[in-house]
Design a protein. Structure first.
Length: 184
């Protein structure tokens, strides 16, 4: 297993990752055009980088890395983000996702992020993310989609990076975390 960092994707690798996601990230129900159209409105932010896990030149995992400045309680916060964390179906429960998450968190910390956010089905994958230091946000968060539509959702998880103070403030405050444009 080899984790590789990419700040840009070739057309070929981009296509391979798209196919990998369709095969491994989405359920059959989620592959329907109407679902994918909604996804395209919600998740459209261009990643700053990608981590791709290879085994004998075959993709077996991927995650996108994001970084943006947001306001929380009138303070600037550097928010890191993880998108489309995915391991090939036949390679799950072998430590690949944890290795990707640990490397992603290391990079986001180097990038100066105060904390890191991801959205997840907490019931299904919350324990995995908890092993990497994430805890459920336990309150709604908001963002704007590509179309300008305002979204409010409740499946966020966060982890502390460079600012435990900001992390605690986000968890304890009644203020909702606003992600800006795009849920990564």
């Amino acid at each position: 297993m080899e984790i590789r960092f990419f700040s840009k994707l070739s057309t070929d690798l981009s296509q391979k990752l798209h196919e990998f996601e369709l095969d491994n990230f989405y359920s059959d129900e989620q592959r329907k055009p109407e679902y994918l159209a909604e996804e395209a409105d919600r998740f459209f932010s261009l990643p700053r980088a990608w981590l791709v896990v290879f085994e004998k030149e075959q993709i077996i995992g991927r995650v996108s890395l994001h970084r943006r400045k947001v306001k929380f309680e009138k303070q600037d916060v550097i928010l890191g983000g993880l998108g489309k964390v995915c391991t090939r179906r036949d390679k799950r429960r072998q430590g690949i996702a944890i290795a990707m998450l640990e490397e992603a968190l290391r990079i986001l910390k180097e990038w100066g992020c105060d904390l890191v956010y991801l959205c997840a089905n907490v019931k299904e994958s919350g324990l995995l993310y908890a092993r990497a230091g994430f805890i459920p946000l336990n309150k709604p968060y908001t963002y704007y989609g590509r179309s300008g539509k305002f979204y409010e959702e409740s499946n966020g998880m966060i982890a502390a990076l460079n600012s435990p103070r900001v992390f605690e403030a986000v968890l304890k405050s009644k203020e909702k975390l606003h992600l800006g444009r795009g849920n990564w």
